[in-house]
Design a protein around this ligand. Structure first.
Ligand code: ANZ
Ligand code: ZN
Length: 930
């Protein structure tokens, strides 16, 4: 099965398994057996622990490839580690709160259906998915199952929140959120999309397409910024055990940047007009006040090149400005802010359209006293100080903006002497493009002549001495807004009291239970505000009968930020978990999940781990020692565009359309895309398990290609894998009698060449499989080797003419039979993690007892890894002069060395020079002597 199937040839239909290979009944048998017999995690404290974790799913109701791939990986590795003698914990649970369940319920209500409570739905989905997982033979520790939507779990989510509140890590502030006026709800940033309608392009709701508006509301935040440095430093500790991509994405997300704060001063003028001249002093309005305005810059060396200052629309100074400017400017600023705030920050930061409004006010540069115009600009975000000193000559964003508003560019950096020699160094013209490299300062007063680095240090020091700024470190990371005005989530455990303000719910009163009888149709308020019995409560502090519970629920990312700790002690009703249990199992040794969680979930989880460390609950700071991110399994879509239609079709449909003359082959465009229902390019893994068996599907997903890369589902490939499983099964079952009751080998019974070759193949498979299971995770290559070994085994049986039972201790085929027996056992064990049911079957067929997972992982015999030596001729100047003995697989280099060391060559050389050598591995070595 190849990685790509994008050829244009017409595809065959997927074939059904063709005969009575009864995988279904043995798979069911072994699943039951494991449930009853596999030792649970924690059964043997003397063994080394291994914590194998895959990201728990949102219970959508269907298990798709996005689940099947990581769960197959984690199950294979858990099974492997058990065979290696580890005490393995491999739990599973449900990330069960969240909008999809609520939205499905809302949709059903609107469609006039009943009994669709998110809870009912979610629990039914969970039952369904758990059953699907069982059919895959995943060996999860079901007695540790957690449900984030159940009070016995979210009680502890609330408990963590209270601890954060106690330590001022959780706090409440007014914040701007995305609001969909038609769904009447807050949208997460990820739920806002760019929508194109006619010629209009705007930020709209992912659900209904309505234009999103900003809204200011009171919301809860977690002060993750307090952990910015530790989150960053922790990354270097993870090193190669995390994918570089994830590490660099986290690094960018945290966005540490060293720079300088510089205090400008703004002259506030009453009646200022942004339509006035942009040259100081503003002629309009009269001065009323001077206020400091701090900018953050990473390029303090360019401060003499500042030609305007720009602030973010959210900057506190904007309010002051709006009070002072004339009415036309007021309107312009007001409209501009409305427009800007309806853009996502991402768009603002990367936007091609840099826009702004002049305020009619001016800012004074503290280093040279120059007055420059003050703008409000969309590309300035509330990051750093929310204000920038703009240097069009040396910053691209400022350069773009200055073109638009006809602001001057003033060069203050020249290329270094060395840079001047290069092409780009010669072509510096700051009117045409910004020169953004560091260099030598010019036009910069006493700093002229310094290089950028020295100038930054000098300027920062002078500013500090003058009390007008100094060096600072900034982070892009923001505090985490966790309030959601929706129903299906974890209630925030605080009470609002008119007398006492915000009062935490006492720990003994946890959990604050989410009521069931809630009208969750969206109204614009949290549905819990419409539930008087939930909301009305006594103030825990003063006893006031008219206090109100907080009606927000938490972002579901909070629920998933600590779940793996709970698995270690899932049923504890007294405390969040027993720290001793966490000490036994954590940190997680291997975490498997999708790339889409590279930033958010993994940063939040690391943050929670550090917090729990700080309150003394866990003894480590990094929760996941190794993180493996797997790729997507994509599918090939086919779209037919012609005069009759413009739609996606399946391969079968395309065939039919062509047969009916409704489409031509060239009307179809094939593309590799993420599997999706609407594109008809998906495959349902559970359905495939029913048809081909769990082992086939498991092996198939691992055989698609290296698991960390994207791969393409090939509907025909599964047939090939299925055939292999059958062939393996059949090879063992029909040949088991050959290795039954073998008497031990006597010392004089030696292995023949064919047996040695088979042993070599089997033992190098062990070596290969061990490497991959230990951390390279290219399972496809292990499977390929196993396929080869089955062929080798079959060829061996034929060539050695092995038939029937062994005939006593003197049977001359006894060495071959022993070799075969060993090869069988190695093959079964190498495949057991991937295709456990068939491996159990094969193990039993060979007379094995219990489960194959009670068997030790095989060790490669170093002696078997070296094949016999062979004799090769050595020619000197065209004549054979002798032979050398080398390992069969010796390469050209090894051959040359052996030839030079041989007596024959040494003798002939006798002071002469070797001019040339040609070694053909396995054949001959030619030496040319001059
Ligand atoms: C003047 C300057 C001159 C700048 C120059 C760059 C080059 P990082 O490294 O990403 O932190 N900046 C500062 N605050 C900003 C904000 N709130 N929104 C948008 N941009 C902001 O970037 C720091 C640089 O980004 C700062 O350095 C500032 O522009 C801009 F030749 O100041 B610089
Ligand atoms: Zn009170």
């Amino acid at each position: 099965m190849s990685k790509s199937s994008s050829g244009s040839s017409r595809r065959q239909r997927v074939v059904e398994p063709d005969d009575a290979f009864d995988f279904a009944s043995y798979e069911a048998h072994w699943q039951k057996y494991w449930a009853e017999h596999l030792a649970p995690a924690g059964a043997d404290a003397s063994r080394k622990k291994f914590y194998a974790l895959s990201m728990f799913p949102y219970p959508s109701g269907v298990l798709h490839f996005g689940h099947a791939l990581p769960y197959t990986i984690i199950d294979a590795l858990a099974r492997y580690k058990r065979m290696c003698g580890h005490d393995v914990i491999c739990p599973m649970g449900w990330d069960a709160f969240g909008l999809p369940a609520e939205n499905a319920a809302i949709e059903a209500v609107r469609a006039g259906k009943s009994n669709v409570h998110p809870k009912t739905n979610t629990l039914a989905n969970i039952d369904h998915m758990r059953e699907q997982m069982r059919r895959f033979g995943y060996s999860f520790d079901w007695e540790r199952e957690v449900f984030t939507c159940r009070a016995d779990y979210y009680k502890w989510t609330q408990w963590i929140f209270l601890k954060m509140l106690e330590r001022n890590i959780a706090y409440r502030k007014k914040a701007r959120v995305n609001w969909c006026p038609s769904c009447k709800t807050v949208l997460a940033n990820e739920q806002v999309e760019t929508i194109v309608k006619d010629v209009d392009e705007f930020q709209g709701c992912f659900r209904c397409g309505a234009k999103v508006e900003p809204r200011e509301i009171d919301a809860w935040f977690l002060r993750i910024t307090e952990y910015a440095d530790r989150l960053l430093n922790g990354l270097s500790q993870l090193g190669k055990n995390w994918s570089e991509l994830v590490v660099s994405q986290q690094r960018n997300w945290i966005g540490r940047s060293e720079g300088v704060n510089i205090d400008f001063e703004v002259e506030l003028r009453h009646g200022a007009s942004g339509s006035g001249p942009l040259t100081p002093p503003g002629t309009d309005g009269k001065p009323v006040d001077r206020v400091p305005l701090t900018v953050f810059t990473t390029r303090a060396d360019t401060v003499f090149g500042v030609t305007y200052v720009a602030i973010a629309p959210e900057h506190p100074l904007v309010k002051r400005i709006l009070e002072l400017v004339d009415s036309r400017t007021h309107k312009r600023i007001h409209d501009f802010i409305q427009e800007t705030l309806s853009m996502t920050e991402m768009d603002r930061a990367s936007g091609d359209e840099k826009e702004g409004v002049a305020t009619g006010m001016f800012a004074v540069n503290p280093l040279n006293g120059e007055k420059v115009p003050l703008f409000i600009a969309n590309y300035v975000l509330m990051y750093g100080t929310g204000a920038v000193m703009a240097v069009p000559a040396h910053d691209e964003r400022d350069h773009d903006f200055s073109k638009e508003y006809r602001l001057p560019a003033k060069q203050v950096i020249e290329p270094t002497a060395e840079r001047k020699k290069s092409d780009t160094g010669q072509r510096v013209d700051v009117r045409r493009a910004a020169f953004t490299e560091p260099g030598i300062l010019v036009n910069s007063g006493k700093y002229s002549g310094l290089d950028s680095q020295a100038a930054i240090a000098a300027i920062a020091a002078d500013l500090k001495a003058a009390g007008k700024g100094g060096p600072v470190v900034n982070y892009k990371l923001r505090d985490w807004g966790i309030s959601r005005q929706r129903y299906w989530g974890c209630p925030i455990p605080v009470v609002h009291c008119d007398k006492c303000g915000i009062v935490p719910v006492p720990e003994r009163d946890l959990p604050v239970e989410l009521p069931d009888d809630v009208d969750f149709l969206p109204t614009g308020q949290s549905p819990l505000t419409l539930h008087p019995a939930f909301q009305k409560t006594r103030c825990p502090r003063c006893g006031n009968e008219h206090a109100r519970r907080d009606t927000d629920t938490m972002d579901t990312f909070v629920d998933s930020s600590w779940y793996w700790f709970r698995y270690t002690d899932a049923k504890n009703g007294e405390v969040i978990f027993d720290p001793a249990k966490v000490r036994r199992w954590c940190p997680v040794d291997l975490y498997v999940g999708g790339r889409e969680h590279a930033i958010l979930h993994l940063i939040y989880a690391r943050f929670f781990c550090k917090f729990l460390h700080d309150i003394g609950l866990v003894d480590h700071e990094e929760p996941f020692t190794r993180m493996f991110t797997h790729g997507l399994i994509q599918g090939e879509s086919i779209k037919v565009v012609n005069e009759h239609m413009n739609r996606y079709v399946t391969a079968d449909q395309l065939e039919a359309l062509i047969a009916q003359g409704k489409a031509r082959a060239e009307d179809a465009t094939r593309r590799i895309e993420k599997m999706s229902k609407s594109k008809l390019n998906g495959a349902d893994p559970t359905e495939l398990v029913r048809r081909f068996g769990a082992d086939t599907v498991r092996m198939c997903v691992l055989f698609l290609g290296p698991a960390e890369q994207d791969s393409v589902w090939d509907p025909n490939g599964i047939v090939g894998v299925h055939r292999f499983i059958k062939r393996w099964h059949e090879t063992i079952l029909s040949n088991a009698p050959l290795v039954e009751n073998l008497p031990p080998l006597a010392p004089d019974q030696r292995l023949g060449p064919a047996a040695k070759t088979l042993r070599h193949a089997a033992h190098s498979l062990i070596e290969k499989a061990t490497q991959e299971y230990e951390g390279r995770y290219a399972f496809n290559t292990v499977i390929a080797r196993c396929m080869e070994l089955v062929n080798d085994i079959r060829a061996f049986i034929t060539s050695e003419k092995l038939e029937g039972a062994v005939k006593g201790a003197a049977d001359p085929t006894l060495p071959a039979r022993h070799t075969l027996d060993e090869a069988f056992s190695i093959l079964n064990r190498a495949l057991a993690p991937i295709a456990p049911h068939t491996a159990e079957e094969a193990h039993r067929a060979l007379g094995g007892r219990g489960s194959i997972f009670g068997q030790p992982w095989p060790k490669a015999d170093p002696a078997a890894l070296v094949l016999d030596e062979i004799e090769l001729p050595v020619q000197v100047n065209g004549k054979v002069r002798g032979t050398i003995r080398v390992a069969r697989e010796a390469d050209a280099k090894a051959l040359e060395a052996a030839a030079l060391a041989s007596e024959a060559v040494k003798k002939l050389l006798d002071g002469k020079q070797v001019k040339k050598m040609i070694a053909v591995p396995g054949k001959i070595v030619n030496v040319v002597v001059g």
